[in-house]
Design a protein around this ligand. Structure first.
Ligand code: ZN
Length: 111
């Protein structure tokens, strides 16, 4: 399943930096995204801490155009990796923004 998602992301890499499983019709909490040049997969990602709110505009494969949204500069995420080991990691900046966007997809929120 994660492999499928990665392939879909790669196929759309020109206009997409992340994907959530439910974007391709699978109702599971899996996301993949571009982490500074390497694709990363997370199972059951959850933001446990966030700081530095700011307003920005985002586009999405599921929408046309961009929309305003509030994001956080720094987030701490708890997730399971490909081996289903629980991990805790802090992300900042652009990568953090992508993750927040994809986790929103898992919650059924589009931006
Ligand atoms: Zn999106």
């Amino acid at each position: 399943m994660a492999q499928d998602l990665l392939e879909t992301l790669e196929a759309n890499r020109a206009d997409c930096v992340g994907m959530a499983a439910n974007m391709i019709g699978v109702n599971k909490r899996i996301i993949t995204f571009d982490n500074e040049g390497t694709y990363m997969v997370m199972f059951n990602p959850e933001i446990v801490k966030q700081s530095g709110p700011y307003l920005t505009e985002e586009g999405c494969l599921s929408l046309t155009g961009t929309r305003k949204t509030k994001r956080f500069r720094s987030i701490k995420v708890r997730y399971q990796n490909e081996k289903f080991q629980v991990r805790l990691k802090t992300f900042t900046g652009w990568t953090a923004q992508i993750i927040q966007h994809e986790i929103d997809h898992c919650e059924g929120i589009i931006i």
